[in-house]
Design a protein around this ligand. Sequence first.
Ligand SMILES: [Zn+2]
Length: 393
Amino acid sequence: MRRPLLLALLITGTFAHAQKNLHEKAIVVDTHNDVLSSATMKGLNIEDDLRGKTHSDINRFRRGGIDLQVFSIFCDEKYGKGTAFNYALREIDSLDAIVARNPARMMAVNTVADLRTAVRKRLVGAMKGVEGGHMIEDSMLYLDSLYKRGARYLTLTWNNSTSWASSAWDETYFDQGKPTPIKQKGLNDFGRQVVRHMNELGMLVDLSHVGKQTFFDALAASTKPVLVSHSCVYAICPVPRNLTDEQIIAIGKNGGVIHLNFYSGFLDSSFNRRREAFQDSHKGEVDSLKATGMPSYSIDEWISRKYAEEAEQLRPGMNLLLDHLDHIVRLIGVNHVGLGSDFDGIDSSPLDLNGVEDMPNITSALLLRGYSKKDIRKILGGNFIRLLKANER
Ligand SMILES: [Zn+2]
C-alpha cells in the first residue's frame, strides 16, 4: 500500500509545483473588482487585513498572484448630472492615495509598458475602469478628464441606461413592454461619437452590462477590439446581461476579449431560484429592509451575511466557471477569454473562489481540464495585454 501512496503524493507534489510555478510566472490580470465603491468609500481600507470582511485587500492581491487589478470606478443610478462625475473623481483620488502610500506593494498602471515594470518589480499593478456611462454626464470633456486621470475603460452602461446607450436590463424591459426610461434601444449619434472618441483616446470600450442592440451598435462603431470586462455565457445561464452565442461569435470576429464574472447568479442557472427560496424563508426581514429603501443588491448582501451558513449552501462549484470558459473557447478559441472576477461587487462566488487570494485555484482547474501552459498564460492575462496594446495610441 505504501508505494501507490508514495506515487500519489509524488504526482500531487509535481502537479502542485507545476501549478505554482505557472501561476507565479504568468501575468495575471483581473479586469473587474468593486472594492473601491463597496468598501473603500465606506471607510474600509484595503491597506489593512480585511479577511472576513471583503474579497480583497492589498496583501491578498499579492497572495493571489495578481499582477494587474483593474479597479472599478463606480456609482449607481442615484448619481447623475452634477454628482456622478465628481463621485468618480473622488474614487480615483482614493485609489491614487492608496497607491501613493504603498510604493513597496503597488504601482499605477496605465499602459502595457507600465504593466511590464510592475511585473519586473513584483508590484500589484492598479488600473482604473469606469463602470457606467452616466459618470461622463453626457460630456466629452468629462470623458477626456477620466482618461487623463487613468481610466482605461468605460463600461458604456451599468444596469441603468444613459441618454445615449441602453442597458441590458432596460432593453429587456423594453422588449417585454414594461415601463423603462428608454424610448429606443441601442446607441444614438452621441453614443457612436463616444465610442469613436474612446478609440482615439486609447480607452477600451467595455460592453459588459449593455443591451444587445447597444452591443452590436458599439461593435459597428468601434475601430478597435473591445472588452467585455465581467460577463458570462447566456447559453449556460440565461440572465439578460450574459452573452448569447451570437454576441460571443461577434466578439471573436472583432478580436475582443470576454472576461468571466465569478458571480454565482451569472454562472449557475439554478442559483436565482434557490436564492429566492432562501430569501423567502427570511421574508419578514427582507420586507422590512425593502421598506427602508435599501437597494436590492444591498439586501442580498445583508441577508447573505446574516445567514452565512445557509448562503454557503447556495454556492456552485468552481467547475461551472470553467464550463463557461470552455463554451467560449469552443465557439471562438482561446484568444478571446480572460478573468473579470467582480469580487467585492458580488455577494456569492463559487466554492474554492473565496476572494482574490484564490486566483491560483483557477490555474489548477485549467491544468486539470487539459489546457496547455501557453493557453493558460493567455487566459490569465496574455489576451488582455494584447487587447490593451491594440487600443493604445
Ligand atoms: Zn458590474
